[in-house]
Design a protein around this ligand. Sequence first.
Ligand SMILES: CC(C)(COP(=O)(O)OP(=O)(O)OC[C@H]1O[C@@H](n2cnc3c(N)ncnc32)[C@H](O)[C@@H]1OP(=O)(O)O)[C@@H](O)C(=O)NCCC(=O)NCCS
Length: 147
Amino acid sequence: MKYRIIETEDYYSLAVLFKESGLEVNPEDVKPESIIKMWRCENSQSGELLGGAIVQLLNGIYILKDFAITEKYRNCGIGKELLFHVEEEVAKYGAGEMWLVGKTPEYYKKFGWEKVAFEDAPKFSKCFVCRQYNKTCFPSIMKKEID
Ligand SMILES: CC(C)(COP(=O)(O)OP(=O)(O)OC[C@H]1O[C@@H](n2cnc3c(N)ncnc32)[C@H](O)[C@@H]1OP(=O)(O)O)[C@@H](O)C(=O)NCCC(=O)NCCS
């Protein structure tokens, strides 16, 4: 299957995918103003959504806010392509580094991301003030140098 990665303004479609993928996103919410870019990966012929990624800029910190591949297309290398694309695009801002809070640290580690201790991380995510954080939900804080 041929696919392409393109920028999109369609927040709702991505938000639905993120919610279906188990991320803490409500498609009915207004798109956060801090989002600076969104990408969709789609079937080149049919336009079917295969994956999506959203980058946020908060207090000078570039954050991979949400990232998912449609379930039936996982483990085909699409996530890797999309992640590399996003990293390349964010590097163009002169960002230097990128951050995320994620539940799949082993995945990101494969691609050069490293875990950062809570005490050493900027407090960029609403996860950090969530009552479930490190009680019933244990996401990892991760960073990647992208120069
Ligand atoms: C995590 C996710 C984005 C990976 O996308 P994908 O397209 O399935 O991944 P890829 O096909 O690019 O996988 C590349 C490599 O990572 C591995 N991998 C895939 N998912 C993994 C996971 N959850 N943990 C560790 N490694 C994983 C693959 O086996 C593959 O390994 P290989 O190169 O040695 O063969 C996808 O599973 C997903 O959308 N999950 C639900 C939403 C989610 O968890 N998003 C991230 C939240 S922080």
